[in-house]
Design a protein around this ligand. Sequence first.
Ligand SMILES: Cc1cc2nc3c(=O)[nH]c(=O)nc-3n(C[C@H](O)[C@H](O)[C@H](O)COP(=O)(O)OP(=O)(O)OC[C@H]3O[C@@H](n4cnc5c(N)ncnc54)[C@H](O)[C@@H]3O)c2cc1C
Length: 415
Amino acid sequence: MSSSEPARSDPPGAKAIAPSRVSDVVVVGAGAIGLTAAIALARKGFSVVLIGSADARANGRTLALFDGSVSFLRSVGVWPHLAPLAAPLATIRIIDDTGSLFRPPPVAFHAREIGLEAFGFNIENDALVSALAEATRQIPGLALIECQATAFDFTGPSATVTVDDGSVVSAQLIVAADGRRSPARAAAGISVRERVNEQTALTTILAHDQPHRDVSTELHTREGPFTLVPLAAGREAPHRSSLVWMMAAPQAGRRRALNDQALSREIERQAHSMLGAMRVEGPVGLFPIASATAARLSAPRLVLIGDAAHVFPPIGAQGLNLGLRDVAHLLDCLAAARSRARDLGGPELRSAYESSRRADILLRGASVEALNRSLLSDLLPMDVLRGAGLLALSVVGPLRRAVMREGVASARFAP
Ligand SMILES: Cc1cc2nc3c(=O)[nH]c(=O)nc-3n(C[C@H](O)[C@H](O)[C@H](O)COP(=O)(O)OP(=O)(O)OC[C@H]3O[C@@H](n4cnc5c(N)ncnc54)[C@H](O)[C@@H]3O)c2cc1C
């Protein structure tokens, strides 16, 4: 903030920001990615302002966090609060339920094959966001403005963000973690390649009769993937799982309108009763599915992370895990820029960040899209290709292990 800016009154929950000061970084957006970035950057000694209000309302949605993401959250100090609420994913099973002529046998990946007890952990989204939000209040060097950013200016020697309480904050670098519609990205004129695929994900939390034994099961159906992911025991339900069920939007609307008993019956039928009788236990959420990739990951004094940079269908639990890798790489790039006394929002930083992230994002996006499209197609060549891929994964040991290691790829963080 410059001394010529109008005085502002702090909104509830905001910490005072020193006047006349240009912070190192302003993070915009208090979703899981923005919160984690703000915590990690402040813990690395950068001065950070976080603009946004954390939304920790339950929506029946959970997040499968792979081993690398869990290590990262542990290293930024939040994992001990989350561990008691998280369920390990020891086995991931994929079952072709498309009715295709070329139907491969089920494939099961076991974490112990690559020397891990679990590929990762599954946790409710609201638990993750509220633990991260709580952590942001404890960290020196992190100022929190629980408001919306309304305007951005990237043209000066530092960037400025105007907030809806009337304040203006300045920083060498703006980190946009403001989600798939990213106002910061739009203000910088970065275009997005977007594909709306007319599917919707129905999410909920289920109680069931049989234990899940830490096994996550993905049924590939012609409607889209139907995925049951283990959850930790609840107060009244010892056996619980979360559901992500992708389907055409009208079907999702119809199922959302069912009462809990009727929806439970449809879910159990699709699950072939593999976990016994099922009961919808949590709220039911609907998430329209889209894919979007930003044409660039940066602009002068701006970088994009998380869903502001890339959005994928929720297949194979890629979105948040990829976003956490954005954060880890951004940290490395910023630490390198600081050690060489470079401008934190300058071309060197931007180019290092772009080149460290581009390939990972393109590769994940392409594989998720290809798998989703192959499921929706009823063309035999597609079925053969998908079936052959799954068959190869089930019988070729080195390929299986390579895929598993790649799947849990580490988000690095040196505290
Ligand atoms: C059904 C479903 C299941 C999923 N399951 C998984 C999974 O198992 N594993 C996985 O890795 N990923 C999963 N994902 C993807 C994952 O949820 C997202 O990638 C991740 O939550 C994105 O986090 P984010 O913080 O980048 O964005 P968001 O959560 O969208 O947060 C953006 C934040 O920015 C705020 N914001 C926007 N504009 C402004 C502004 N002007 N000023 C201030 N704040 C602003 C918003 O209010 C919001 O709080 C799933 C997604 C879906 C839909």
